[in-house]
Structures are given as structure tokens and as C-alpha cells.
Design a protein around this ligand. Structure first.
Ligand SMILES: [Zn+2]
Length: 386
């Protein structure tokens, strides 16, 4: 190797180290510099009649009213911004500050509709406290009705935003920065208690259930106030929004409102009723508490045990959502193109069917179904991926 080439490589190596070092220093200084009380900053822009903020303190907003705002998120490649829709129902009297979120995954429409319906039922004039709704957090994923955020950083790639929280305003991707901006400047400073609404994902029909850690008293209280028939009592993965809240001292859980992509108008009302129950319980809205988990005969499982396909082929499901299964019970069969049976699947546990593959074919390794079960995880088995 020529000396000139060695020098060139060394310079590049040093530049790479310096670049990484600068990135880390910025990330650390931003974490240290986060202000205790955030100010509301209006950018001066108005979009479709809504004022744009780049940070928000809901205590700056007039009480007894609803406020519709856009939050300025991360920039796109064109230099425009991914704005996020924010509704604040500011009660006439002081009280708890709740935040409801949807759209962290882009194909989960019943979660958006649930939050919209709750916000329509709130009357700030008779409320104590504040409810903030942030409806479309992963906007670019929602624009194409897909779970993941499309990034251009290393060529086109798709990132699951619900593994990025609490994000990093100086992070190495737009989605990490969007999470950081939304969490630091909108969610965390305005929230005492939070609910992050989701649904199942494209390709998997899902039952109504909650994901949350019942060891946390407020999380247990909130989940049990819903007439929802199943709870996955588990903190699940690092990087999900509800765990970022909990790490910041803010109780939060994740309702799962049925299937992806379309509205489940039969299921949404039980999540609306439960959310209104929560507000009544915390003294924010008047009225009697409605049906709860006890009325729904709730099933509580510590784990969601997946059954993964072992072969490629055509799937025939033998069970339905919300049905109980027992160990060894046959749950699906799979055929090749000749119609020969190539695999038979059975339940490894006692539990409740929480999700079922909706596509009638599969290659090996997909979640064919998952079972909410009151057992420890099967060693080596991947958990159902929210
Ligand atoms: Zn989701």
C-alpha cells in the first residue's frame, strides 16, 4: 500500500472518529440541557387555520376551551416539516394532565378514531384538568398506511417508531429525532398520566386487550377501568412509548383496539367508555363510572406466546379470536400448492387467542397466532411483537 493511500485512510478514520464524537457530545449536552419548565413557542406559521408550535406548555393555554394546534416535528428531505395534530381540552378548573396518543404506528386507524371520539365527548367548561391528544405521530407512516416510518438515511428503509422512544433530538435518523422532539417538547412536560393507543398490525387480526405492567398501581387502576376482556400484564420491550413515559415517572399503558387498517366500530366504544371511566376516576369529568374489566370478565395473562410458522404454504386456521385453548389443541394446518399437509400447529399452553394471521399464506417464521397465557415465556421463543 502506498504512503499516500495510508495517509488518506488515516485522515478518513480520524474524521469518522471525530464525527462520532461530536454526535455523542451533542446528544449528551441536549439530555443535560433539557429545561424543567418548557415554554410554548409559536413559530408564527398558521396551517389550515391552526397555529403551529415547536414546543408547548398547556398551562399557557386559556382554560375552559379546546385548542387545535400543529406541532412542528422533524424536517423532510424537501425541507418541509412533519407536523403532528394536537388537540388540548383545557378544563375550566385545575386537575390531572392526561395525554392520549395514537399513530405511533401508521396503519392503526381504530386507535386514532378512539382518541378522536374521546376528545369529542369532552366538555372543557365542566372539566378539571387537561387532556391533550396527539393523533398522528408517525405521519409519514400514516400517509402510506404502513406500520413503519420510511427513512432515506442509508437508502430507503422502514423503522418501527415504537422501538425509538424516548428518541434523541440529535439522533442518527429522522424518526429518532421526531420521537425526541415530540417526547421532550410536547408529551413529557405536559403529562401526569398517559395512554398510548395501538391496534394489531397489518397481516394479523387482533382481539381487544391492553398491554401494561400491573405492578404499577396507576397502570393497574387505569386498565381495570375498561370493559376490555383481556390484559397482557407485561412491560414488553425497551423503546416503546409507554416504557419511555414510565422511565420518566409517568404511568402509561397501551390499549390494543383490534385490527389494523380499518375502523372497528363495534370495538371502539368499549375503549371510549374505559377512557371516560379513567377521567371520572381521577376527578376530571363528572358522571358515574360505566362498565369495567370486572363486567368484561377480564382474562389476565403474563405473556403473549406466539406460534410461528415452520413451513411455507397455505394456512387454515382452526380457532377464532378470544377463544380459550389448551396445550396440544390443534390450532392451524398448512398445505403446499398440491394440497398436501406440510405442517400442523398446536397450542403450547393454556390461554386465550389474542391474535391470528389474516393472510392465508405464510413463509416460515411469521407469527401465525399468539396466545395470551399466564405462563413464563417459552425459552428461545420470540415474544409477539407489538
Ligand atoms: Zn402499534
Amino acid at each position: 500500500m502506498k504512503t499516500k493511500t495510508v495517509v488518506f485512510l488515516l485522515v478518513n478514520l480520524l474524521a469518522a472518529i471525530a464525527f462520532t464524537g461530536i454526535g455523542m457530545a451533542q446528544a449528551q449536552s441536549s439530555a443535560v440541557a433539557a429545561p424543567a419548565r418548557i415554554s410554548t413557542v409559536y413559530t408564527g406559521d398558521v396551517i389550515n387555520g391552526k397555529r403551529v408550535v415547536s414546543s408547548l406548555n398547556t398551562s399557557d393555554l386559556a382554560p375552559g376551551k379546546k385548542h387545535l394546534l400543529y406541532f412542528q416535528g422533524v424536517q423532510m428531505s424537501t425541507g418541509q416539516y412533519w407536523y403532528v395534530s394536537v388537540i388540548v381540552a383545557k378544563g375550566a378548573k385545575p386537575g390531572k394532565r392526561f395525554t392520549l396518543t395514537s399513530g405511533v404506528h401508521g396503519d392503526e386507524m381504530s386507535s386514532v378514531h378512539t382518541v378522536q371520539t374521546v376528545m369529542n365527548q369532552l366538555n372543557p367548561a365542566e372539566m378539571s384538568g387537561t387532556v391533550m391528544a396527539v393523533l398522528d405521530i408517525a405521519r409519514p407512516a400514516m400517509e402510506s398506511m404502513q406500520r413503519r416510518w420510511p427513512s432515506s438515511g442509508r437508502g430507503f428503509e422502514l423503522t418501527d417508531m415504537n422501538r425509538e422512544w424516548p428518541g434523541n433530538e440529535n439522533g442518527f435518523s429522522a424518526v429518532s429525532r421526531q420521537a425526541g422532539l415530540v417526547f421532550n417538547r410536547l408529551l413529557k412536560p405536559n403529562t401526569d398520566l398517559a395512554i398510548d393507543f395501538h391496534t394489531g398490525t397489518t397481516g394479523l387480526d387482533a382481539a381487544a386487550f391492553h398491554i401494561g405492567d400491573m405492578r404499577l398501581p396507576d397502570v393497574k387502576t387505569m386498565m381495570m377501568l375498561y370493559p376490555v376482556p383481556a390484559i397482557w400484564d407485561n412491560p414488553v420491550y425497551p423503546g416503546v412509548l409507554h416504557n419511555a413515559y414510565i422511565d420518566a415517572g409517568i404511568p402509561c399503558f397501551t390499549p390494543e383496539v383490534g385490527v389494523a387498517r380499518r375502523l372497528d366500530l363495534d370495538m371502539i366504544p368499549i375503549f371510549v367508555e374505559g377512557t371516560m371511566n379513567v377521567f371520572k376516576h381521577y376527578g376530571m369529568v363528572p358522571g358515574a363510572i360505566g362498565r369495567t374489566a370486572v363486567d368484561a370478565n377480564v382474562y389476565i395473562g403474563k405473556n403473549a406466546i406466539p406460534v410461528l410458522t415452520t413451513h411455507g404454504g397455505f394456512i387454515e386456521l382452526l380457532v377464532k379470536l378470544n377463544t380459550k385453548v389448551t396445550p396440544g389443541q390443534k390450532v392451524a394446518i398448512q398445505r403446499n400448492a398440491f394440497g398436501e399437509v406440510v405442517a400442523e400447529y398446536s397450542s403450547p399452553v393454556n390461554g386465550l387467542i389474542g391474535g391470528l394471521r389474516s393472510d392465508a399464506t405464510s413463509e416460515p417464521g411469521n407469527v401465525l397466532l399468539f396466545i395470551l397465557a399466564d405462563v413464563a415465556p417459552v425459552p428461545g421463543a420470540a415474544p409477539y411483537s407489538e
